[in-house]
Design a protein around this ligand. Structure first.
Ligand code: CP
Length: 314
């Protein structure tokens, strides 16, 4: 497969294993470019990428900006706080206003699930979902997959335990879709209050203790407790949450020897993960994930702008 047959990247759900591998293979080549002295190419020379983030971000926003710049594009980071959104302009009007300026790609993060899809129906350019509500965060799952594949050489057959606040996590949803598509075995580990109902329908094994959920796992992916999305008390206390669900070496001991540790960030040290584990440079892939985020975003910007660059319809 050499062509990505989608106009937008709105989620992982519905992507085939071949399409996911196409992104990961291309991203591998961009890792080499990013590590080389000649980091910048002219592939997107004259193209315009706009980052429109309605929620805070460190990793995703910076890496999309870096990715677009490394490909030679002009990049605008829309400052939503000082934009006309604050005067009441709607999401759709904002998108259509930007669209009238002839963009090539629009990268959007929004607090509402489905908002990015809604917007993608109104614009002519490629739209990339940088996280919508609880729904999906596709480039996070792609970079997580790239990190695993580069370290272990495959995704198929691996046991991946995704632990913590699954209920509010778009990262969990995108990872579940991707890992299932690639033939991994996915477990979710959380107290019942932090699991969506009928989560097993997504093809995961459900565990309520770290002891059973981490047993013989190849990968332990920790998630942040997303207090900003909670209205009410989901855990009795942070202290108790860490005691039962925070990753430390004692809980990790039941996973495979040398099981790898992941976290999409931002991390809450001492809440879902112990600092010693997070900073274990042999087993923690947290900074690898950050590095590979740039390469994955270069790959998706490249693939989604190809039809326009090659003068064909997506
Ligand atoms: N992983 C992630 O989405 O991080 P940011 O919120 O910093 O972009």
């Amino acid at each position: 497969m050499t062509r990505f047959p989608h106009r937008h990247l709105l989620g992982i759900e519905g992507l085939s294993a071949g399409e996911i591998s196409l992104v990961l293979d291309l991203a591998d080549s961009y890792v080499e470019q990013s590590r080389s002295r000649e980091r910048k190419s002219q592939l997107l020379d004259g193209r315009t990428v706009v980052n429109l983030f309605f929620e805070n971000s460190t990793r995703t926003l910076t890496s999309f900006e870096l990715a677009a710049k490394r490909l030679g594009a002009d990049v605008i980071n829309m400052a939503v706080q000082s934009s006309s959104v604050k005067k009441g302009e709607t999401l759709i009007d904002t998108a259509m206003t930007l669209n009238a300026m002839h963009l090539d790609a629009l990268v959007v993060r929004h607090a509402e699930s489905g908002a990015v899809k809604l917007l993608s129906d109104k614009v002519n350019c490629a739209v990339l979902n940088a996280g919508d509500g609880h729904h999906e965060h596709p480039t996070q799952a792609l970079l997580d997959a790239l990190a695993i594949r580069r370290r272990l050489g495959r995704l198929e057959g691996l046991v991946v335990a995704i632990c913590g606040d699954i209920l509010h996590s778009r990262v969990a949803r995108s990872n579940i879709h991707l890992l299932n598509a690639m033939g991994a075995h996915v477990r979710v580990v959380a107290p019942p209050t932090l699991l969506p109902s009928a989560i097993e329908r997504l093809g995961v094994e459900v565990h309520h203790t770290m002891k059973s959920g981490l047993k013989d796992a190849d990968i332990v992916m920790m998630l942040r407790l997303q207090s900003e999305r909670m209205s009410g008390q989901y855990v009795p206390s942070i202290r108790e949450y860490f005691y039962f669900f925070g990753l430390d070496y004692e809980k990790l001991a039941v996973a495979k020897p040398n099981a790898l540790i992941m976290h999409p960030g931002p991390m809450n040290r001492g809440v879902e993960i112990d600092s010693e584990v997070a900073d274990d440079f042999k087993r923690s892939m947290i900074l690898d994930q950050v590095e590979l985020g740039v390469a994955v975003r270069m790959a998706v910007l490249d693939l989604l702008t190809r039809p326009a660059r090659e003068g064909r319809a997506a």
